[in-house]
Design a protein around this ligand. Structure first.
Ligand code: UD1
Length: 423
């Protein structure tokens, strides 16, 4: 297995270009299943474990792909299987994204129930609710979701989500674009990832109104085509790199971003005492090393994202005072806290809130990655910890950060990737 060995105490300084968004790539790649017409060319697709896992799932279904230089070509002409097996789904919950497209195009899909939960319960009931509203019959047996459109076609309907869900909205939209008639979705997720999925589907020939809002209206069609598309930047990677500069009293310019999508995050960096400047496609952050305690509540977009919560907690360990970080999306997403405390942080958990008592002098030791963003918070802590921090099980980080140590080293960090035996 790989670990990252971080020699702390170095300032992050310089400029870097943002990678493509992982969480947008996944639904976009799933949406290629909606048509057998032509070959898709998808640019700015990050070179990540999760993307590889997802393309492996597509290969299993009969889809052909080729990947080079962050461009993914996909042809879903010869789909041979409508079944997503446990072996692949268990590696990545986002595999559920194949449910809507397969069901809408072929009238049937079998997707293994995603197992395990890295941070609290992560149900899929809203995905199933959406498919049922569109007319599918769903049974769950022998660990599989079996979904069938009774007359081979889904039918437009009104879907009112009780909770805002990125994944369920994505699945619902992908299914609705091929359904007969009109679908309206209330309380849709308005995250840039879903907005971009909608733009992608529109480019393919879908009719969607309300893109980027919580109310979507979709007019079904049966003619969608493959297109060439440029993926958006990864706002969570960008936020994490900004935090790396902030925590080390450094400065960073990130190119290739849309600052509007970072608004809630940038506001918090300013509150924390950093200076932030933006252009149409870049953001520059400077920190003088003095961080102010700053409360954050993670909620659906446009609020502060839950995917930046762990990194913010790491940052606040260096702020001069106490900060409260609340997660209203995933109430139990605090696996990183015991590990941060092992590095010397003083963080308490009360229900869905972390109380971070800063500033604490962190000192390096071995810490364990437990999930993707938790790992990112440990890397940030390692950048300021005295001595050497070893972040074990770095495969979690590799799921979602493209060449993270290469990027951080180019900005002045001292991180090496080494092999180790866990047992
Ligand atoms: C996506 C992101 C993940 C991010 C999350 C919230 C991807 C691949 N992952 O995950 O990085 O942390 O959005 O921004 O894009 N819920 C239900 N029933 C469901 C589905 C969700 O109750 O069927 C609940 C969840 O438990 C959670 C909330 O809805 O409390 C939001 O989850 P959701 O937006 O669906 O997260 P994902 O799409 O899985």
């Amino acid at each position: 297995m790989d670990k990252l060995v971080i020699r702390g105490g170095r300032r992050i300084s310089g400029s870097i270009t943002a990678s493509g968004s992982k969480n947008t790539s996944l639904p976009i790649i799933a949406a290629t299943l909606l048509t057998g017409q032509g070959t898709f060319t998808l640019h700015h697709i990050p070179d990540l474990k999760d993307i590889l896992t997802f393309t492996q799932l597509l290969h299993h279904l009969g889809v052909e792909t080729s990947y080079s230089g962050n461009t993914l070509k996909v042809s879903s002409r010869n789909v041979e299987s409508l079944q997503a097996p446990y072996e692949l789904v268990k590696k990545m919950r986002a595999s559920i994204y194949v449910l809507g497209p397969l069901l809408a195009r072929f009238g049937h899909a079998r997707v293994s129930l995603p197992g395990g939960c890295a941070f609290g319960p992560r149900p899929i009931d809203l995905h199933l609710l959406a498919m049922e509203k569109l007319g599918a019959t769903i049974t769950i047996e022998t660990g599989f979701i079996d979904a069938t459109a009774p007359d081979g076609k889904l039918h437009g309907a009104h879907i009112d989500f009780p909770i805002s869900s990125v994944g369920a909205t994505g699945n619902a939209v992908m299914a609705a674009v091929l359904a007969e008639g009109r679908t309206t979705i209330s309380n849709a997720a308005a995250e840039p990832e879903i907005e971009t999925l909608c733009k992608f589907l529109i480019a393919m020939g879908a009719t969607i109104k309300g893109t980027g809002t919580t109310e979507l209206e979709i007019e079904g069609t049966d003619s969608l085509n493959a297109v060439e598309f440029h993926n958006i930047f990864d706002r969570i990677e960008a936020g994490t790199l900004l935090a790396a500069a902030a925590i080390t009293g450094g400065d960073i310019t990130i190119n290739g971003v849309e600052p509007e999508q970072l608004k809630a995050i940038l506001k918090k960096f300013v509150q924390a005492g950093c200076s932030v400047e933006t252009t149409v496609n870049s953001v520059t952050l400077k920190s003088n090393g003095k961080l102010l305690p700053t409360d954050v509540t993670a909620k659906p977009y446009p609020a502060f994202p839950t995917d930046m919560q762990a990194q913010w907690i790491a940052l606040m360990t260096q702020a001069e005072g106490t900060s409260n970080i609340t997660d209203k999306v995933y109430h139990e997403r605090f696996n990183h806290i015991p590990e941060l405390n092992r590095l010397g942080a003083h963080i308490e958990i009360r229900k869905n809130q972390a109380i971070v008592h800063g500033p604490q002098r962190l000192s390096g030791t071995k810490v364990m990655s437990t999930d993707l963003r938790a790992s990112a918070s440990l890397v940030l802590a390692g950048l300021v910890a005295a001595g050497t921090t070893e972040v074990l099980r770095v495969y979690h980080l590799d799921r979602g950060y493209e060449k993270i140590e290469v990027k951080l080293n180019s900005l002045g960090a001292d991180i090496s990737r080494e092999k180790y035996n866990e047992f």
